[in-house]
Design a protein around this ligand. Structure first.
Ligand SMILES: [Zn+2]
Length: 233
């Protein structure tokens, strides 16, 4: 029997548990906007480790070595500390962060340097620091998120000049404790929630449909992935 009362439940595309307005699933830590479910939230201790490693490396290399190393790692969305702690920084919508964004993020991080910046991480449900919020970034586990930056490297298409999102008003909005809810990917409700135990092909196809409906992938990508999914299973 199908219940006549329609209840819209936003569910995790990976473990099908109900979602709030977070970027990540509260249960399995998967990034909601990632169709493969391989991108997972970075653990808070790992982020603290990355911070300590960065500080130690900055001191140890008088800043210069660290800067050069950082420049080399930026194409992977990592600082040297992040690389050691196996953390990666991506945009909240699951795409790669540009050099500009990473640079601004570093600036904000230095500007805010202190306990408050990182204490925020323990209050925020997605484990985001103040400099994450200010630059709309999230920290994810390095393993499983390589594709985010690989994809960008492969495309090489002149990305529609990404607007630099450092307008002061936006900054303030992000730093305020109760920002006006901005509709972002994770708050979008899939039309058909995925039930636990659905067969994998079905789950993949629904996820693709969802991504296409949200314009997170192009029609061509959708068709390609759909073909792959149908062939795989
Ligand atoms: Zn989940």
């Amino acid at each position: 029997m199908v219940p006549s009362r329609v209840v819209i439940v936003t569910t995790c595309p990976v473990c099908a548990s109900p979602l709030g307005r977070s970027a990540f699933c509260g249960k399995c830590g998967a990034l909601i906007s990632d169709q493969d479910g391989t991108i997972v939230r970075a653990a808070r201790p790992a982020r603290l480790l990355a911070l300590l490693a960065d500080v130690a490396l900055i001191v140890g290399t008088l800043g210069i070595g660290w800067l050069i190393w950082s420049y080399g790692l930026a194409s992977k969305g990592q600082s040297p500390g992040d690389a050691l702690a196996k953390v990666r920084i991506i945009r909240r919508d699951g795409t790669a962060a540009s050099m500009t964004r990473l640079g601004v993020r570093l600036g904000v991080r230095i500007l805010l340097f202190g306990l408050l910046d990182y204490l925020c991480m323990f209050v925020n449900r997605d484990g985001r620091t103040l400099h994450d919020l200010a630059t709309r970034t999230i920290a994810v586990k390095a393993q499983g998120s390589e594709k985010v930056y690989e994809r960008r490297a492969v495309r090489r298409v002149p990305v529609q000049a990404a607007p630099v999102t450092v307008a002061p008003s936006q900054f303030e909005a992000e730093l305020r404790p109760t920002p006006a809810p901005v509709p972002e990917v994770s708050t979008v409700r899939p039309e058909r929630p995925i039930a636990p135990g659905s067969d994998p092909t079905e789950m993949t196809l629904r996820r693709l449909e969802f991504l296409r409906s949200q314009k997170l992938i192009t029609e061509q990508e959708y068709q390609e992935r759909r073909q792959t999914a149908l062939q795989t299973y």
